[in-house]
Design a protein around this ligand. Structure first.
Ligand code: NAD
Length: 265
């Protein structure tokens, strides 16, 4: 089996990554940064987001596992003192894989010349690069509302515990193939009105956003920020691709939510 290890880059993560590499090589695994079967991320959720984007073109051939060197992460859920156990599990156990839905974002431009496609593990956010965002929201080809405010966040189920949660969005179990649209500080008064609640859209219910007041948009895809000019529309839907995580032990999603946000048990 071929493996790659990505590290957050701090001393603790680097030295843990070195230890794991040695263990895995002892088990005659092959280090392959380009075409790994398994990617081990050492650091935090941010490190796993980086790893996901590095290997997003081979999601069907790669499975991820995260070790955290800081606080418990949603994707990074193995402890530093468990790495020996983890390596033995990788070496000896035919591992199980769980698949989580992803968000596909397609940006189309006014001149119709091209489109840009992204996959997000957590979410995409859309803000104006110049003042209030004014954007028409279309669902399944029908006009839904005109949003005015700071921005919109479109998240995956596994990303629903990240930025989406801070916006008052619901936490969605990753077995549900859906995306969630949450508002960032919408302007609501006698003149302007939005639904005001987060929307959960099932697979194949595409959401298209069309900028009304300007075409320069600031977009984030997980930890990445990009500005797109002359944007005609942003299409968001549940992606056909899924991300695969290696599971060696049960760690139910709701336990992870409880341990991260409510209480340590
Ligand atoms: P960062 O260093 O600012 O970390 C953000 C925090 O989000 C970390 O504590 C991380 O553990 C946590 N996190 C990431 N994914 C998560 C998930 N799926 N569930 C629960 N917590 C999660 O930034 P980063 O490490 O580069 O991560 C980028 C992410 O930060 C974005 O995808 C976005 O979700 C999140 N973010 C959150 C807010 C907010 O809550 N107000 C604002 C901006 C970005």
């Amino acid at each position: 089996m071929k493996f790659a290890i990505t590290s957050k880059g701090d001393q603790a993560s680097n030295s843990l990554a070195d230890t794991m590499r040695e263990y895995l090589l002892d088990f005659e695994f092959v280090s392959d940064e380009e075409e790994p079967d398994i990617v081990i991320s050492v650091g935090g959720d941010g490190t796993l987001l980086h790893a996901f984007h590095r290997y997003y073109k081979r999601l069907d051939k790669t499975a991820f596992v995260g070790v955290h060197t800081g606080h418990l992460g949603f994707y990074a859920d193995w402890l530093p003192n468990e790495v020996e156990k983890l390596v033995i599990a990788i070496a000896k156990t035919p591992f199980q894989v769980v698949e989580y839905p992803l968000l596909e974002v397609i940006i189309r431009y006014l001149d119709g010349s091209r489109e840009t496609q992204y996959l997000a593990l957590n979410e995409a956010t859309i803000k104006s690069s110049n003042g209030t965002l004014v954007i028409d929201v279309e669902i399944r080809g029908e006009y839904f509302e005109t949003f005015r405010g700071d921005g919109l966040c479109i998240s995956t189920p596994s990303g629903s515990t990240a930025y989406n949660k801070a916006l008052g969005g619901a936490i969605i179990h990753p077995s549900i193939e859906a995306i969630q649209v949450a508002e960032m500080a919408s302007i609501n008064n006698r003149v302007f009105r939005t639904v005001g609640s987060p929307l959960v859209l099932p697979k194949h219910h595409t959401c298209v956003l069309r900028s009304v007041n300007d075409t320069g948009l600031q977009l984030t895809i997980d930890h990445l920020t990009v500005v797109h000019e002359h944007v005609k529309s942003i299409q968001c839907r549940v992606a056909n691709q899924k991300v695969r995580f290696v599971r060696f032990r049960p760690f139910p999603f709701w336990n992870r939510v409880r341990d991260s946000f409510v209480a340590d048990k």
